[in-house]
Ligand binder design. Structure first.
Ligand SMILES: C[S@@+](CC[C@H](N)C(=O)[O-])C[C@H]1O[C@@H](n2cnc3c(N)ncnc32)[C@H](O)[C@@H]1O
Length: 301
């Protein structure tokens, strides 16, 4: 069931699609806090107990701390601030199987809720980048008050000028056009890096998983290994050469018995004309191996 207040936030985010430069909020921007609000009993069950305990609708919509209270819908540089609902954050991080070995980077981190939940509940190291210095300071205070100093960090910066190449998980709640602008950088990350986006897709880079909750939808992609080119295969003693053509995680193959294939990070599945499959791993730039088969790169395509 779509709740009216969520629809309000969705419309607000869609309206922000037109906002590409740092402009103040247009006077006609709807006030999301004036939209019909759920009764407390309708709130997602995992809203923080502190908020629920306050016991008023206004309390449920209050953000920030004693020093700074951001307003939902306030202008950002390239997109307004609308926070991701916590149930979707948990569902997205769980879908990406975030662990203490991960480094989660939220691009446009707002009040820091995604890095904070990644660190507090999944044990990851996490980092947020936001253009708004007040939001960065707020996020730092909120993380510090939860004892997460050392686990979570925030920086004031423009996501389009920041280096996030060491992330193992990247999260976004931006706009379709901004996702597309970031796409080349995302695709250049280490194969297997997970990309999570709230609400917005990546155009023709189809998601590997759609994450639906009763509050909102998210998408998960695995940055695919780069295997386009010509390869020498040895499959159960038989040798042949084949050319792989790659479009994101999808492969088409010419040569030998191969017809097509698919990547999930470094995991590769190649389909054979007889209906069987070769499953294996891509190792670096030049080698793939699986049970009973291997391949070495001959040349880039
Ligand atoms: C829709 S909010 C998402 C906040 C947070 N990621 C979440 O999901 O709760 C987008 C955030 O991006 C920030 N932002 C907009 N343009 C930016 C830019 N070019 N660089 C860094 N942050 C930006 C805004 O200040 C805002 O906090």
């Amino acid at each position: 069931m779509i709740r009216p207040w969520l629809l309000g936030l969705g419309l607000l985010a869609a309206r922000a699609a037109a906002q590409v430069t740092p402009v103040p909020a247009p006077p006609s921007l709807p006030d999301p806090l004036a939209a019909p609000r759920p009764r407390l009993i309708d709130l997602p069950s995992d809203l923080s107990p502190r908020v629920v305990a306050l016991g008023t609708d206004e309390a449920a919509n209050r953000h920030g701390d004693d020093i700074y209270q951001p307003q939902v819908g306030q202008p950002g540089k390239d997109v307004i601030w609308v926070p991701t609902p916590e149930p979707l954050i948990r569902a997205m991080l769980a879908a990406a199987r975030v662990t203490p070995d991960d480094f989660v980077v939220d691009l446009g981190s707002g009040d820091g809720r995604i890095p904070i939940i990644a660190a507090r509940e999944f044990g990851a190291r996490a980092h947020g980048i936001d253009y708004n210095g007040d939001m960065v300071a707020l996020a730092r205070r909120l993380a510090d008050r939860q004892g997460l100093r050392g686990k979570v960090s925030f920086q004031r910066g423009d996501i389009f000028e920041s280096d996030f190449s060491t992330a193992s998980v990247v999260t976004l709640y931006l706009l379709p056009s901004l996702n597309l602008k970031l796409r080349p950088q995302l695709l250049a990350l280490r194969p297997g890096t997970r990309v999570l986006s709230h609400a917005f897709d990546m155009g023709d880079w189809e998601p590997d998983q759609v994450i639906r909750t009763d509050v909102a939808t998210g998408y998960l992609w695995f940055v695919p290994a780069r295997v386009e080119g010509r390869w020498a295969f040895e499959v159960q003693g038989q040798r042949f050469a084949a050319t792989l053509t790659q479009k994101f995680q999808n492969l088409s193959a010419r040569g030998g018995p191969l017809t097509s294939g698919r990547l999930k990070g470094n995991d590769i599945t190649l389909a054979l004309a007889n209906g069987r499959e070769l499953k294996g791993r891509v190792l670096g730039d030049d080698r793939m191996v699986g049970p009973g088969w291997s391949a070495s790169r001959i040349a880039p395509r």
